[in-house]
Structure formats: C-alpha cells, structure tokens
Design a protein around this ligand. Structure first.
Ligand code: GLV
Ligand code: GLV
Length: 325
C-alpha cells in the first residue's frame, strides 16, 4: 500500500495536484483554509503517517512526533520560517525537513516595501482622514512623514529577503545600506553595497530598520527597549519576519512616547493579534495580518515546492529545499 500523508490545511491547488498526480502517496487533508486543524484532531490524524505537510500554525513538537510514531520520515512545511518546528526533536528522530525559501523572496520583498512606504508616508491615517472629514484644507505640515531619499536603511538579518528588499529600495535613492547578523555575509552584502555594523550601530544609524531574520533562541525579542532607546525618534521600524523577534510591550512604549516615529508589522504575537490589543490604538503603527508572501503566484509555488519536497523525501532523495538539522 502507498505511503500515508497528512496535509494539515487545504493548501493552494498546485501542491494538491502534485500529490494526487504523483500516484506515489495516499493523502488525507484538513479540508479548510479558514480554520486550522484542532490540535486533538491533528494528534489523531498523524498516527502512523509516513509524511506530514504542514503550515506555520501547526506546532511540530515532541508530543506531535510521538503521536505520529516511527513511520514518519518527512515533515514538509509550506513556509520559509521554521520556528514552529522543534528541530532538535526532528533531528533526534532522523526526520527530514523541507521548507520553502526563495520562491517567496520577491513577494515578501514587495510587501515589505509597500508596508514601509505605507508606514513612513502615513497612508492608512491619510485615507482615514480623507474619508472621515479630517481633510479641512491643504496644510503645510499635515500628515508629513519620512522619505527614503538620502536615508540610511538598516537590515537586521541579511538573507535573500534582506537583499531583495534593498535592491527594491535602492532606486528610491537610499544613501546607505547597513546590516547586522551573527557574522558578516560579504557575498550577499556586496550585492547591495551594504556595510556590516554592530546591532548598536544599526539602531543608532538607521532611518529605516527592517527586520529580516529568522526567529531563533538568539533572535527572540532582540528588538526590545534597549534597541528602541538607541534609535532616532525619526526612525521607522518594519518587521516582516516573526513577531517573536520583538518585545511588543517595549515597542508600544517606544511608539507611544515618540522614541521612534512609526512601526509597520506584518507579524505579531499572538497571531491573530486581538483587536483589543494596545498596538491597534496607535496611529503610528500599521499592522497587517501576516500576508507578506500572499500573492497567488507565490502561494502556489510554495504549495508545489512543499509537495515536491515531501515526495522526494519519501523516495529517499535529496529535497529541493531541505533544512539541515
Ligand atoms: C511565512 O511567514 C513563511 O514563513 O513562509
Ligand atoms: C530567509 O529565509 C531569507 O530568504 O532571507
């Protein structure tokens, strides 16, 4: 009989088509995209499966891997982020892990630029004023924001996505790109002429600070009071990585006291962020519901890559994109 696969979400059609047409697996699906599979249901459904295709709302931890049992050979996540996966537990069980970098780089970079401009030029406030009667007359300092021309843009965590963001911002006449990471990344940095600096210098010099790192124990809440206190009060903070890299209480404090000018967030803790959350009360905070990779093209490409990674893993072949554990 064919290897059994559980798919934790009704993923975009491309990936499901690949699984179906492979003739290589039998799969069962949580047949909704609107609600995640309940944990108890997931723990039941994974029993005895050979492979799992998941998305970022599912915690793949010891409990889940134990529930799945020894047949499980491959976990393929339809995401570039991997903070929902217990890598240590996967490694211990010699389970191979697929993920979906690169196919989403363009979409994430485009959204990051859109969020940056929306935040720095106060577009959400502006449309709100226009349609609710706040537009009294043309005013000289009304709804003024900050421009990219002649600015210094800082990138926290320089990977493909950071490079792609910088490539798109450069034509806006950015003066200088700086970045920090655990170590210099000269090959990537040379693509965008970025200078390696300490986290301290990144905070001090950046007019725009874009967070593009993975969430790991090392980067958890790396954006905190200490960092915000070093930033300019004219600076704009943008996060399209993971909410966990930010201490949100410290961010609230920095935004509400004018320590920094504004923030644009595509990611938060928790997700969804409750509508009653204090960050939603701030005019200088733009919050999006985790949509950076949400283009039709990219989500289908992620779906296809996740399916192909899974099939390759079941055949014992190298995955197209494999997380090295
Ligand atoms: C989205 O956040 C992803 O990790 O792909
Ligand atoms: C992260 O995965 C990146 O591509 O920068």
């Amino acid at each position: 009989t064919l290897p059994r696969v559980y798919v934790t979400r009704q993923i975009p059609p491309e990936g499901l088509r690949i699984l179906r047409e492979s003739g290589q697996v039998q799969f069962e699906l949580w047949d909704s995209d609107d609600v995640p599979v309940p944990r108890q249901e997931l723990l039941q459904k994974v029993k005895g499966v050979d492979a799992l295709l998941c998305v970022l709302t599912e915690k793949i931890d010891a409990e889940l891997l134990d529930a799945a049992g020894p047949n499980l050979k491959v976990v393929s996540t339809m995401s570039v982020g991997f903070d929902h996966l217990s890598l240590e537990e996967l490694k211990k069980r010699e389970i191979r892990v697929g993920y979906t970098p690169e196919v989403l780089t363009d979409a994430v970079a485009e959204l990051t630029v859109a969020l940056l401009l929306t935040t720095s030029r106060r577009l959400i406030e502006a449309t709100h004023e226009a349609k609710t009667g706040g537009w009294g007359t043309w005013r000289t300092l009304w709804l003024c924001g900050y421009e990219l021309a002649n600015s210094t843009v800082g990138i926290l965590g320089l990977g493909r996505i950071g490079v792609a963001i910088a490539e798109r911002l450069a034509p806006f006449k950015v003066k200088k790109f700086i970045y920090t990471d655990v170590a210099p990344r000269p090959e990537l940095a040379s693509l965008i002429n970025a200078e390696y600096v300490s986290l301290d210098e990144l905070a001090k010099q950046s007019d725009f600070l874009a967070v593009c790192c993975a969430l790991t124990p090392e980067t958890k809440e790396i954006c905190n009071k200490d960092l915000f206190s070093k930033m300019k009060n004219t600076s704009v903070f943008i996060n399209t990585s993971r909410g966990g890299v930010v201490n949100q209480e410290d961010l609230y404090e920095a935004l509400s006291t004018g320590q920094i000018a504004a923030a644009g967030l595509d990611v938060t803790v928790p997700e969804p962020l409750p509508p009653s959350h204090p960050l939603f009360t701030l005019k200088n905070c733009v919050i999006l519901p985790h949509i950076a990779s949400a283009s039709y093209t990219t989500r289908n490409a992620m779906s296809a890559l996740a399916a192909n990674n899974l099939l390759l893993g079941l055949r014992g072949e190298p995955l197209i994109k494999e997380l090295k554990l």
